[in-house]
Design a protein around this ligand. Structure first.
Ligand SMILES: [Zn+2]
Length: 355
């Protein structure tokens, strides 16, 4: 994810100002909708989670949207929430927007503790299960081979990528054994309101955002963030995908919502100006694609050649793998459109050229 210039942020409006929920506490954003903010030990240092007042099978309580990662710190923050923020009521269901560790990490713990069901798309449920099973999951050898074919082939980086085979599992040790499937267009009754599921692609396999027309609220997950652009990457499991087109097509679905919608993002502050934000994201990627195109007109470029074009700062290995995924995504968008041609060199590396 990349920072935007703050000029763009000024075009959005933050109705809550600079108010943030204190650790272990909540902030009301609408009747029956509470904002929680939990710390993350990454460059992206927090995640927003949501508590929705609910009633299921005649029992009053709360639905949770997203969970935070599997750490003692996150569990301790949840304990404070349980003690202070639930108004004496139980958690009734756990909804997860998508399978990334900061969203699904503690789903097993929350579901077990409250004896409730996980609600998630089937695609993300199944991929999280594969990832949490460790060595057969993500990263490791297949990721190293994939990145090498895109030009990240210095021995030190290859070794480090190989060594990260269990990375997902450390953040998501397990997921619940069963789930309730969320699909695009599903209407969920949550307390007094209906929320509609909106699928989104290009960031996670099948991300689900939730929209409540009554409250004009969009729980955008990672599909609609105010300050940073959503990570859109090609991964080794699906090496010839075109996630940037999927992402841009997906965010256009939000153009059908009320223009005054308050977006509740997974990172950053709740904002209005949804349509402007959609436009900004299109502009952002259009500019990045133009830069990639210009580089490939000078000489055939691998994704590794494109990383410094798209990312001007110095990156550590973790950031480099993200940057590689994003660079491949931009090259693939142009390749799928027929504007770039792909050739594999004698060294095994894919390079993309304008003719
Ligand atoms: Zn995510």
């Amino acid at each position: 994810m990349k920072s935007h210039v703050t000029e763009l942020e000024k075009q959005l409006y933050y109705p809550l100002g600079d108010a943030l929920p204190a650790p272990g506490a909540s902030l009301n954003v609408a009747p029956g909708v509470k904002w929680l903010r939990m710390a993350l030990p990454f460059a992206l240092d927090h995640i927003n989670l949501w508590l929705l007042r609910d009633e299921i099978d005649g029992r009053a309580g709360w639905s949770v949207v997203d969970c935070c990662i599997n750490t003692e710190q996150a569990k301790a923050q949840w304990e404070q929430i349980f003690a202070k923020e639930l108004e004496g009521l139980p958690i009734l269901r756990v909804i997860v927007t998508h399978m990334h560790p900061d969203h699904i990490g503690l789903a097993h713990w929350l579901c077990q503790r409250w004896n409730v069901t996980l609600w998630i798309s089937a695609t993300d449920f199944n991929l999280a299960r594969i990832g949490s099973e460790g060595a057969s999951g993500f990263g490791g050898d297949t990721a190293a081979v994939f990145f090498a074919a895109h030009g990240l082939n210095d021995p030190a980086s290859v070794e480090k990528v190989r060594g990260r085979a269990n990375y997902f599992k450390t953040l998501v040790p397990t997921v619940p054994r069963h789930f309730r499937r969320l699909m695009d267009g599903d209407a969920l009754t949550i307390g007094a309101h209906q929320w509609r599921c909106i699928s989104g692609y290009g960031h996670a396999p099948e991300h689900i955002s939730l929209y409540c027309p009554d409250l004009r609220l969009l729980i955008g997950g990672d599909m609609m963030l105010p300050r940073i652009s959503t990570n859109v990457s090609v991964y080794d499991q699906e090496p010839e995908s075109n996630p940037l087109k999927l992402f841009l097509d997906s965010i256009d679905k939000f153009l059908l919502l009320d223009a005054q919608t308050l977006t509740l993002p997974a990172h950053g502050k709740p904002f209005t100006g949804l349509f402007r934000r959609i436009e900004q994201l299109h502009e952002h990627h259009r500019d990045r694609l133009a830069e990639v195109m210009a580089a490939c007109q000078l000489k055939p470029c691998s994704a590794a050649d494109i990383v410094p074009v798209l990312f001007k700062r110095t990156l550590d290995l973790h950031q480099t793998t993200f940057a590689m995924g994003e660079s491949i995504a931009h090259l693939h968008a142009l390749w799928f459109e027929g504007r770039l041609k792909r050739r594999q060199g004698d060294d095994g590396v894919f390079r993309f050229a304008a003719d």
